[in-house]
Design a protein around this ligand. Structure first.
Ligand code: ZN
Length: 300
């Protein structure tokens, strides 16, 4: 073997090694480097027409949305947050009560984290270096995500919220520049239960939440990641009767269509596959949700 052919074999080996490690670590380019999901508990889509939420409406104009994302039944909290993160309904993930901490019905599949697979665990498994955060106000949220998959997990107790929730979220964004960060706020559902949905107090709360969302957007600018961020605003369920079943799904930012109101059917369990698609993740076979690919500007 000549020196030249030895060199060629070495080069080929390096090249193949590079290709296979690139394929294993980075199946394809991410649509955006940062995804911030802001969940408002009990935010019915019907409310947007009357709501004074200028920053949310700005995201709607600058991005894509549907006001017809449907909850799964029964349309209450843990069941729907689980479905949103887990890409499947209660028949598969097994969380069937408003406050389920463990599935009443055995999960069809349990991952190595010990629960039905969510998009958080999926991202962690594909990208060990990813920065993943999760913040919530209602303690029931902690059971619905693989806590071991998170770099940052924070529960904000009652007397501190919502200002503390937002300042913690903004600090985390500025310091850690997360790839995936979900902030789940326990309003306007609380106001909805105390004074009623679709009431002046409910709209007052929505206006306050709009200011919270503005602060989170501002934090991404201060972190220098705004141009590489996609914001998702959504909810677990709405108010009463049919108003309870339809929630907004608003997505805005890098590589997202501008001014698109999409009419394709979207279910609660389509949220996780949409986020997974954005990061180029292969969804588990047990997921039944579909990615809303039409909201993006390019096919990836
Ligand atoms: Zn709820």
């Amino acid at each position: 073997m000549t020196l030249k052919s030895k060199f060629s074999i070495l080069a080929l080996g390096l090249w193949l090694g590079f290709i296979s490690s690139a394929a294993a670590q980075q199946p394809r380019e991410w649509i955006a480097q940062h995804v911030i999901l802001i969940g408002l508990d009990g935010w019915g889509a019907y409310s947007l027409e009357k709501a004074d939420m200028p920053h949310v409406k700005q995201l709607m104009t600058a991005g894509a949305y549907t006001l017809k994302k449907r909850s799964v039944l029964p349309s209450s909290s843990a069941i729907n947050w689980a479905s949103m993160f887990m890409g499947a309904g209660p028949e598969l993930h097994g969380y069937t009560k408003w406050d389920s901490k463990t599935p009443e019905l055995p999960s069809r599949v349990v991952s190595h984290y010990g629960i039905f697979p969510t998009v958080f665990g999926l991202l962690r498994d594909a990208y060990p270096q990813a920065e993943i955060g999760y913040e919530y106000e209602w303690d029931g949220m902690k059971y619905l995500v693989e806590q071991q998959a998170l770099n940052f997990s924070k529960e904000i107790i009652n007397h501190e919220k919502p200002d503390s929730t937002i300042s913690v979220a903004c600090n985390y964004i500025r310091e850690a520049k997360p790839n995936l960060f979900a902030v789940i706020i326990d309003e306007p559902d609380h106001t909805g239960h105390v004074t009623g949905h679709d009431t002046p107090a409910y709209y007052e709360t929505l206006h306050t939440l709009d200011g919270c969302i503005a602060q989170i957007i501002q934090a991404t600018k201060e972190a220098g990641i705004y141009d590489e961020t996609i914001f998702i605003l959504t909810s677990d369920h709405g108010g009463i009767t049919m108003q309870e079943m339809e929630t907004p799904f608003i997505i805005s930012g890098k590589n997202v269509q501008k001014g698109l109101i999409f009419d394709e059917s979207m279910m609660q369990f389509d949220v996780a596959p949409t986020i997974a698609f954005l990061f180029g993740l292969q969804p588990p076979q047990v997921w039944i949700g579909r990615p809303m690919k039409q909201v993006f500007t390019r096919t990836f």
